[in-house]
Each structure stands twice: as structure tokens, then as C-alpha cells.
Design a protein around this ligand. Structure first.
Ligand code: PMP
Length: 394
């Protein structure tokens, strides 16, 4: 039986990580994998996470199963964090999932059950897991333009024009903030236009929010998803705690299905629980418990918010410093987008050959589409990267 299996292509980012590890140069720079790193190159455990784990270790007296939706305290805390008061809690069905990826997978499965013929529209480009999961589930898929490659800013006219081609009942996957891989984001005015189009063409938004707190702040980063949830009749939201709580390996995410028709909440909730049951029964609890412990304790929450804000400000500082250094070296404003973009990533707009040259000649590793992880930089490596970018003719 196993001989029938096809070879799977290597994951490009994991292959890049391996190549980086094997590179003997001491001045090599890793801007590849999408995890936050501090100035010393470490991905720290956040203070509040450590404190919450200690508290859980001291107080937890059972590791029996939770419910199929996970711990209700986690669900409530996350609905509050993501949605604030945008929609009544009674209209939100929510289940804990293994990471944001698990939420996306379950969200797509829910769509497949409810609207089997719906085409899922993805931004071009998007996080590669999106098309990969949609394809694996055998769902119809289409792309909408998202980026002007030359600048690289949002190609809003292209996006709107392409979404005009969607049929009623289709699903549009949108990044709630900090678009991955481009770093280019819609303004709130543009979100309002997208929402109007969704309503006019009867399209269902599926918002993926994996970086709340990494862009303009916890509240500002949630503004778009809240606007969507309060204005459209129905929407699906997948949120991840991997980045903003720094608990990548704990696999902590949440899937929400929102309907303005409160009679539907119970049915949506039962279907989400059903999907959890089919896939893994109970969702992982440890990360969810850490998050709930932090969000339900005023001191821990304040400390978490303070550390998250330091992380965000640090990344903004790196963006500004890199843009300024490139302005100095190139004598132009063509890299100003780096300071305007938000989140952990930006796409430089380099060719695959230039990306390869950065790696071969300078030991600088980034994803082949020229996505760079801003958090992989520090004060010492910014001038090195800027000089290499200019040397490679980018
Ligand atoms: N969505 C996007 C756009 C992402 O970049 C990520 C993380 N790379 C996720 C979802 C989910 O991440 P995780 O499964 O690790 O929570």
C-alpha cells in the first residue's frame, strides 16, 4: 500500500532552514522562517506565558478531557480579544483548534459542508498553506490580485476587479492584518469598500488573523475583522495565538463562525464541535489554558500586552532603520515601503536570481519570493543587509 504514495515536494521554508543551519559562515543572516526573534536571535518564552504556566502547574488538579470546543474560558477570552464588542457573544460559535492552521482547515471543512460548490478566493500571493489546504480538500479555488509587484503596495483596483468575478455564495479569504507574505495591508477605507462588495455580491468572508498585536497594536489590528464581523450577515474567522503569545509549538488557535441570525449560533456551534470530533476529538489544551490564564488575570494581561508592545515597537524600529539605510545607500525612496508595511514580513520585490545571489554571496537567507522576516534583523545586520541589497542590484 505505502508504495502507492507519491513523493511530496520538500517544504521550501523548512529546506531553507536546513540550508541555513549547514552554512558554515559566521556572518550568515536568517530572514527565512516566520517566527519572531529578539535582537539576540532567540524566540523567547514571553514573561506572562512563563508565569501562567507556573500558575497552571500549581493549580491544575486534573488533565481529564475538556469539551469538544475546548475550555469555554479560552473561547470567551479569545472572542473578546479578537472581536471586542463588535458582535454579541450569543452570535458567535467558537471552537479551540490546533493552531491557526487547524482553524483554517476546520473553517474550510465547515464551508465545504455548508456550501460544497463555493469557490474559495485567495489573495495572490498568500501564505502557501492556504492554497495547499484548499486544494487538498478538493474545493474550487480562485485568486484575486493583491500586490503591485513593482512598488510593492496593495493593488486595490486589481483586487476589487477580480472579486467582481466571484459568484454569490463564494468565499473570500482575507488576512485580518499583517498580510503574509507581503506586509502590505488594506486601509480601513479600503476594507469598507471590500465589505460593501462582499454584501453586494453575497460573498462570505473568511478572515485569517495570525498576527494581532504585531502591526499597529492589539486594538488597531483587530479593527478590520471587527468591521467585517459587525457588518456582513455571516463570516468565518480563524485566529492564531502562535505569534502574539509566542506559543508556536503549543498549537493554539480558534475558529469562529458568526451569524447575525442568533437562531443559527447553536447549529453552527454543534457543527464546529462535530468537526473537532471527526478530526481529533478534543483540541489541545495547554496553550489555550495559558492564553485564558493570561487574559483572565489583570496583571498577567497587562504584562503580556506590555511585552507584545515592546516586540511590535522593536519590529517597527527595524523597519524604519532598514528603510532609512536603504534610502541613504540608494539615494531614493524606493524602499520606503519597508517602513509602511506592517507585521513580521515584507516582500522585497527581488527576482529569484537576486534572492539566490543574496544567499550565495552574502549568506543572507530569505524565502524565494523575496519575503524577509523583519524580526530576523538587528542593529548590526541592518547595514549588512542594506549593502547586500544594493550590491545585488535590487
Ligand atoms: N495564517 C497565516 C497568514 C500565517 O502566517 C500563519 C503562521 N505562519 C498561520 C495562519 C497559522 O499559524 P499556526 O498554525 O502556527 O498558528
Amino acid at each position: 500500500m505505502l508504495t502507492n504514495l507519491k513523493d511530496q515536494p520538500a517544504d521550501k521554508i523548512l529546506a531553507l532552514m536546513a540550508a541555513y543551519r549547514e552554512d558554515p559562515r559566521d556572518n550568515k543572516i536568517d530572514l527565512g522562517v516566520g517566527v519572531y526573534k529578539d535582537a539576540t536571535g532567540k524566540t523567547p518564552v514571553m514573561r506572562a506565558v512563563k508565569a501562567a504556566e507556573k500558575k497552571i502547574w500549581e493549580e491544575q488538579d486534573s488533565k481529564s478531557y475538556t469539551g469538544l470546543a475546548g475550555d469555554p474560558a479560552y473561547g470567551d477570552a479569545m472572542v473578546d480579544l479578537v472581536l471586542g464588542s463588535a458582535v454579541a457573544r450569543g452570535n458567535v460559535a467558537a471552537v479551540a483548534t490546533p493552531g491557526g492552521t487547524g482553524a483554517i482547515r476546520q473553517g474550510l471543512e465547515l464551508i465545504k459542508m455548508a456550501a460544497p460548490g463555493a469557490t474559495v478566493w485567495l489573495s495572490a500571493p498568500t501564505w502557501p498553506n492556504h492554497p495547499s489546504i484548499v486544494k487538498y480538500l478538493g474545493m474550487p479555488m480562485a485568486e484575486y490580485r493583491y500586490l503591485n509587484d513593482d512598488t510593492p503596495t496593495v493593488n486595490f483596483d486589481g483586487m476589487m476587479e477580480d472579486l467582481q468575478g466571484a459568484k454569490a455564495g463564494d468565499v473570500v479569504l482575507l488576512h485580518g492584518c499583517c498580510h503574509n507574505p507581503t506586509g502590505a495591508n488594506l486601509t480601513l477605507a479600503q476594507w469598507a469598500e471590500v465589505i460593501a462588495l462582499l454584501q453586494e455580491r453575497e460573498l462570505t468572508p473568511f478572515v485569517d488573523i495570525a498576527y494581532q498585536g504585531f502591526g499597529d497594536g492589539l486594538e488597531d489590528d483587530a479593527a478590520a475583522v471587527r468591521m467585517v464581523a459587525s457588518e456582513v450577515p455571516e463570516c468565518i474567522i480563524a485566529a492564531s495565538c502562535s505569534k502574539n503569545f509566542g506559543i508556536y509549538r503549543e498549537r493554539t488557535g480558534i475558529l469562529m463562525a458568526i451569524s447575525q441570525d442568533d437562531a443559527l449560533q447553536g447549529r453552527a456551534q454543534a457543527n464546529l464541535a462535530f468537526l473537532n470530533r471527526q478530526n481529533y476529538s478534543f483540541p489541545p489544551d495547554h496553550g489555550a489554558r495559558i492564553v485564558a490564564t493570561i487574559l483572565n488575570d489583570a496583571d498577567l494581561k497587562a504584562d503580556w500586552m506590555a511585552e507584545l508592545e515592546e516586540i511590535r515597537q522593536g519590529m517597527l524600529g527595524l523597519r524604519e532603520a532598514l528603510a532609512a539605510e536603504l534610502k541613504r545607500l540608494s539615494n531614493s525612496d524606493r524602499f520606503e515601503f519597508l517602513a509602511q508595511h506592517r507585521g513580521m514580513f515584507s516582500r522585497l520585490g527581488a527576482t529569484p536570481e537576486q534572492v539566490e545571489k543574496l544567499r550565495a554571496d552574502h549568506g543572507i537567507y530569505m524565502v524565494g519570493d523575496s519575503r524577509l522576516n523583519i524580526a530576523g534583523l538587528n542593529a548590526q545586520t541592518i547595514p549588512v543587509l542594506a549593502k547586500a541589497i544594493i550590491d545585488c542590484g535590487i
